[in-house]
Design a protein around this ligand. Sequence first.
Ligand SMILES: Cc1ncc(COP(=O)(O)O)c(C=O)c1O
Length: 391
Amino acid sequence: MSSDLSQAALVPRLRPFTSTVFAEMTSLANQHSAVNLGQGFPDTDGPPAMLEAASEALFDGANQYPPGPGREDLRNAIAGHRARYGLDYDPDNEILVTAGATEAIAASLLALTESGDEIIVIEPYYDSYVAAVALAGATRRVVALTIDEDGRFALDVEAVRAAITPTTKAIIVNSPHNPTGTVFTKPELRALAAVCVEHDLLAITDEVYEHLTFGAEHTPLASFEGMRDRTVSISSAGKTFNCTGWKIGWVCSPPELLAAVRAAKQFMTFVSGGPLQPAVGYALDNELNWVHGLRDQLAGKRQKLTEGLANAGFTVRPSAGTYFVCVDVRPLGFTDATELAWQLPERAGVAAVPVGVFTDNPGDWQHLLRFAFCKRDEVLDEAVTRLAAFG
Ligand SMILES: Cc1ncc(COP(=O)(O)O)c(C=O)c1O
């Protein structure tokens, strides 16, 4: 097989179109001077002392390769941070610093799964899971979130159980959840943990929004009975400290799993973010009050956008965390949110993304749009004013 053909076979399996949708939506938003609530990144900076710590590290010579597992000060800070949940990890052999959560997810799947393994992925999903499962040569089994009697997106643990086959190796669990903003409850997680134990599954958890919850509490899956030794817990600094471009992430897991993930990571980036690592360590140790302020501000922004979207006539699904809120477009007379998403920048002066792009079954999600509220208040005010005129 020529290298062109083998590449052509891999690329569709990576489903790289979400980044194309984001890029095209951004360009459409720019073309119509629309308020871009499509992409999930903040438009303000992180804690000033963390930025200073990075700048000092830069001028203090922290510019060569950091140690392979990550700097010791950062690994210690991650251990301290994880201990807040009652989870103890040894910084020497149970913690690994990665190039964002994205590398942690990819390295975990490459290291711990292989061709023939089935991996359960909850739909809608963050797009990198599908790509990483494909890179590992494994097969995904998609299980959809359901909507409960309160209109909240909920985990259907019985559907997870039904999706398990003799070749199921792992499940990827993202809570707080992008794109829906749902935060899995303790009963949901406890039931999921029991299924993982019963079927001897590995859990790969994506907890990048762990601090960005509004009234709901984030509980790591690793803290449930029988889970610590079968869970690869992943998080990163990007969302917690408004520094998505820094790409400092981490993995916490038992030593055997960590050693495997480290082996894969070694040949991906080896190391990254030398001068940023001590700054993130500093922030984990000292800036959680700043993070609580961020969380409270985001709660207000979620409220503002939720009200604006409801006033415009959308049905707003409850969001208890992350940067995102999803709406049903049908009350406004639309049936296809994807079509509407492409018209919205011109017709409403606001950009959003259709939830269908985060799924295997877009038809099941075709009435939903995702809006990001991690923007300055004046940006959200403008979006709300425009949406009111549209609705
Ligand atoms: C659910 C989820 N996981 C992982 C990431 C990526 O994290 P990082 O930037 O640390 O790689 C994102 C970023 O949007 C995300 O929403």
